[in-house]
Design a protein around this ligand. Structure first.
Ligand SMILES: Nc1ncnc2c1ncn2[C@@H]1O[C@H](COP(=O)(O)OP(=O)(O)OP(=O)(O)O)[C@@H](O)[C@H]1O
Ligand SMILES: [Mg+2]
Length: 455
C-alpha cells in the first residue's frame, strides 16, 4: 500500500482502535452509559471516514463515466489522496488515449482519401468474398454501395472469382483481363493481393481493377490504321503494277492501249501521292496538337480564298459556292494555312457529296457565345444540299478512313482522311466542330473558333 496517506492511516486506526477502547472502558467500569457513548463515538468516526471514501468513489465513478463518454474530463474535487492519485492517472491515460485515437482517425481518413483518389476501382474482401471496403471508383463501377455484398454478385466474371478464391486460399494468382459490357464496353486487368494478416474490417484480399480500355482501344486503332493505310495504298499500287506489266509485255507496241492506260496510271499515282500527303499532314498536325497557334487569322479572307480556289471544282459539277461574311469581325488566334485546310476540306466534301446544280453556302459570323471564356466566338458554317448523312454515321465521321460509302468516296478520289484532319486542326485551335445532317436534304458543318487566347 505504498503512498497510503497519513489521514487515511489515522482513519483506519481510529476505526479499529476506538470501538475496542470504548468497549474495554465500558467493561472496566461496567457502566452501560459509558459503553453506549463509546459505541456511538466509534460509529460516528467510522461513518465520517466511510462518508469521505464513499464520496470520492462516487465522484471517481462519475469522472470515469465522463472519460468513457469521450467528453473533456473535469477532475472532481476529491478528499482522499489515493482517489486524487487515481483521478490524475486516469486523466493522463485518457489524454494519451485521446491523442492516439485522433492520430488513428487522421490516419484512417488519409487512407480513405488516398484510396478514393485512385482512379482504378478497389475492393477489400473478407474471407467469405464479402466486400468490407471499396473506393469511390469501385462504387461508381458497380453503381451502388457494394459494402457487405458478395463480390460474385457485383462482378459476374468467373475467371476473376476463381482468382479471388485462389488468393483467399493463399495460392499464387495471375492478373485476369476481362471486359464489362454496358453502354460503353470497358476492359480491366484484375489484380489480387492477399494480406498476410487480416486488415481493416477483416480484409483478407485486395482486388484492384486497372482500367485498360483506352490502351486496348488505341492498340486496336493503331492496328486498324496500319491495315487501312496499307489497303488504301495497295489498291492503286496493284493497279499500277498491272498496267506497267501489260505495257511492258503484251501491249508493248499497242499505241491505243498506251494512250488509254497512261491517264489511268497517272490517276492512280496521284491517288497514292494524295494519300501519302494526307497521312503526313495528319501526323504533322498531331505532332503539334498540344501547341496552340496564336497568329491573328482573318476568317473572312480565308473563306474567300477557299471559295476562289474551289470554284473550278464547283463549276465542274454545275455547282456554286456562295459566301456570306459578316463585316468587322475580329481576327482569331490560329495558323492560317491550317484554318484554310479546315474550310477547304469541308467545302470539298460539300461539293463532292452535294447534289449537282445546288449551291454550297459558306458563312462566317459571330456565334452567340460571348459569355463563355475565350468569347466572342466566330462560326464558319458550310451547308450543302446533298444526300445527307445517316444518324448512325455521325459519331464516327472524324475517324481516319471512315467513310459512309467507301466505294463512292474512292470513286470521287477520296481517301477518308479529310474530316480526321479537320478534327485534329480544330482540336489544336481549341475550336469546336458540330455536324448536323438530314438524310435527303443535306448537311451543315459548323466550326466555332475562339477570338481570345484563353485556353
Ligand atoms: N457533306 C457531306 N455530305 C454527305 N456525306 C459526307 C459529307 N462530308 C463527309 N461525308 C461522309 O463522310 C466520309 C468521310 O469524309 P472525309 O472528308 O473524311 O473523307 P472523304 O471525303 O471520303 O475523303 P478525303 O480524304 O478526300 O476527304 C465521306 O466518305 C462521306 O461518306
Ligand atoms: Mg473529304
Amino acid at each position: 500500500m505504498k503512498g497510503f496517506g497519513a489521514q487515511q492511516r489515522l482513519g483506519a486506526v481510529l476505526i479499529l482502535v476506538l470501538p475496542v477502547l470504548t468497549v474495554a472502558a465500558g467493561a472496566w467500569k461496567a457502566d452501560a452509559i459509558a459503553l453506549m457513548c463509546g459505541c456511538l463515538a466509534a460509529a460516528g468516526v467510522t461513518a465520517a471516514v466511510a462518508w469521505s471514501w464513499l464520496t470520492d468513489l462516487v465522484n471517481l465513478a462519475d469522472f470515469v463515466a465522463h472519460l468513457a463518454g469521450r467528453r473533456e474530463p473535469v477532475a472532481p474535487p476529491l478528499n482522499t489522496g489515493i482517489a486524487r492519485r487515481l483521478s490524475s492517472a486516469l486523466s493522463r491515460a485518457h489524454h494519451d488515449w485521446m491523442v492516439e485515437s485522433r492520430r488513428h482517425s487522421a490516419l484512417a481518413a488519409s487512407y480513405e482519401a488516398t484510396l478514393d483518389s485512385i482512379p482504378d476501382p478497389l475492393f477489400l474482401l473478407d474471407g467469405a468474398r464479402r466486400v468490407v471496403g471499396a473506393n469511390v471508383a469501385a462504387n461508381a463501377l458497380v453503381e451502388r454501395d457494394p459494402l457487405d455484398m458478395e463480390i460474385g454478385a457485383l462482378l459476374r466474371v468467373p475467371a476473376v472469382m476463381d482468382a479471388v478464391d485462389r488468393a483467399l486460399a493463399g495460392q499464387p494468382t495471375n492478373d485476369v483481363e476481362f471486359s464489362l459490357s454496358g453502354p460503353t464496353e470497358r476492359t480491366f486487368l484484375a489484380r489480387l493481393r492477399r494480406l498476410s494478416e487480416p486488415g481493416v474490417g477483416g480484409t483478407r484480399v485486395v482486388l484492384a481493377l486497372h482500367d485498360i480500355t483506352t490502351i486496348r482501344r488505341s492498340e486496336r486503332m493503331r492496328a486498324e490504321f496500319v491495315a487501312n493505310a496499307s489497303h488504301e495504298l495497295r489498291t492503286p499500287l496493284a493497279g499500277l503494277q498491272g498496267y506497267i506489266e501489260t505495257l511492258a509485255g503484251p501491249a508493248r507496241n499497242d499505241a491505243p492501249a498506251r494512250e488509254r492506260f497512261l491517264p489511268i496510271m497517272l490517276q492512280m499515282a496521284q491517288r497514292m501521292g494524295r494519300l501519302i500527303e494526307d497521312l503526313l499532314s495528319l501526323s504533322r498536325i498531331e505532332f503539334s496538337e498540344h501547341a496552340r497557334p496564336t497568329d491573328p487569322v482573318d476568317l473572312g479572307a480565308v473563306v474567300r480564298g477557299v471559295a476562289e480556289t474551289l470554284a473550278p471544282q464547283a463549276e465542274a459539277r454545275s455547282m456554286t459556292i456562295t459566301t456570306d461574311i459578316a463585316p468587322d469581325l475580329p481576327a482569331i488566334p490560329g495558323q492560317a494555312d491550317q484554318v484554310a485546310q479546315v474550310v477547304q476540306n469541308l467545302v470539298d466534301n460539300a461539293l463532292k457529296y452535294g447534289r449537282p446544280g445546288t449551291p454550297v453556302e459558306v458563312s462566317v459570323g459571330l456565334a452567340d457565345s460571348a459569355a463563355r471564356p475565350g468569347g466572342p466566338y466566330l462560326a464558319v458554317i458550310v451547308r450543302d444540299h446533298g444526300e445527307g448523312i445517316a444518324r448512325e454515321h455521325l459519331p464516327r465521321l472524324t475517324e481516319r478512313f471512315y467513310r459512309c460509302d467507301a466505294a463512292r468516296s474512292r470513286e470521287l478520289g477520296g481517301t477518308g482522311l479529310g474530316l480526321a484532319i479537320v478534327k485534329h486542326i480544330v482540336n489544336r485551335h481549341r475550336a469546336h466542330l458540330a455536324i448536323d445532317s438530314t438524310e435527303g436534304k443535306g448537311s451543315t458543318f459548323t466550326v466555332t473558333f475562339r477570338t481570345k487566347g484563353a485556353s
